[in-house]
Write a protein that binds this ligand. Structure first.
Ligand SMILES: Nc1ncnc2c1ncn2[C@@H]1O[C@H](COP(=O)(O)OP(=O)(O)OP(=O)(O)O)[C@@H](O)[C@H]1O
Ligand SMILES: [Mg+2]
Length: 249
């Protein structure tokens, strides 16, 4: 069953086309990675898909119940502690204070935040802790669709793997689905069922590749070989590591 569908979506900022003719479908239980050069419109596409920006053209259809967005920057409330920021994700849930606290503590532990971190304000947290707080806020509500916009770039290698495993487990355990934006092809190959490549000039999705096996069982050697094959032999990935759309003709 299709949970998210974009039909011929297009968007422009200040008269400049950023996205054009975007068709996309994500099925129940599917985690789809979206890669593309910086400035190609990945965040804009996610914001449109999540209903935060109205597209100039096309239609978005959502069949899921509730979603959460993990933005490229943590977007925490500066006047609220980490615990209160995480609890914001539960604001629409009817929970007692004790249940809310329990849920916040459990999800904080999942993202490796220490109990002592929960009473800190965002300014007192490291960049990686802020991003993990934002991830915990999104996971707390147990949404059935997750939008991730390059969420792990501020994390070190070990934490990044741990967070990737949380994403894999969250999707596998519950039939949830999501759109995961990343610059890192190895990350996409590790966690996603399918990888979409966005054109660097805003001309839509160039193509899609299904990653062999399922997320969670792929080992490092297989991930490395898959990435090498994609970058070396597959024209779809020829430009994914370009750094800026303005640097090319
Ligand atoms: N609110 C806005 N107003 C004007 N232009 C915008 C706005 N948001 C994004 N853009 C422009 O749209 C283009 C796509 O931006 P977007 O943030 O979607 O790219 P991206 O693929 O997510 O890049 P990155 O990988 O660096 O995060 C860029 O040229 C950007 O300058
Ligand atoms: Mg972006």
């Amino acid at each position: 069953m299709t949970m998210l569908k974009l039909d011929r979506v297009g968007h422009a900022f200040l008269g400049r086309t950023v996205l054009d003719g975007i068709d996309l479908e994500i099925a129940a239980g599917e985690l789809v990675a979206l890669v593309g050069p910086s400035g190609s419109g990945k965040s804009t596409l996610a914001h449109i898909a999540a209903g935060l920006v109205d597209p100039r053209l096309g239609r978005v259809t959502r069949a899921y119940r509730e979603h959460a967005v993990i933005f490229q920057e943590p977007r925490l409330m500066p006047w609220a502690t980490a615990a209160d920021n995480i609890a914001l994700g539960l604001s629409r849930h009817r929970l007692s204070c004790a249940e809310r606290r329990k849920r916040v503590e459990a999800v904080a532990a999942r993202v490796a935040l220490e109990p002592a971190d929960l009473s800190k304000y965002p300014a007192q947290l490291s960049g990686g802790m802020r991003q993990r707080t934002a991830i915990a806020r999104a996971l707390a509500a147990e949404p059935d669709f997750l939008f991730f916009d390059e969420p792990f770039t501020a994390l070190d290698v070990a934490l990044k793997r741990r967070m990737q495993d949380i994403v894999i487990d969250t999707v596998a355990a519950s039939g949830r689905c999501g759109l995961f934006i990343t610059h890192d092809l190895a990350e996409a190959v590790r966690i996603a069922h399918r990888i979409l490549v966005l054109d660097r000039h805003g001309h839509g999705i160039l193509g899609s590749r299904t990653v062999p096996l399922v997320p969670g069982v792929r080992n490092d050697a297989m991930i490395f070989e898959t990435v090498q094959a994609m970058l070396g032999n597959d024209p779809l990935f020829a430009h994914v590591n370009d750094c800026d759309e303005r640097s090319v003709a």
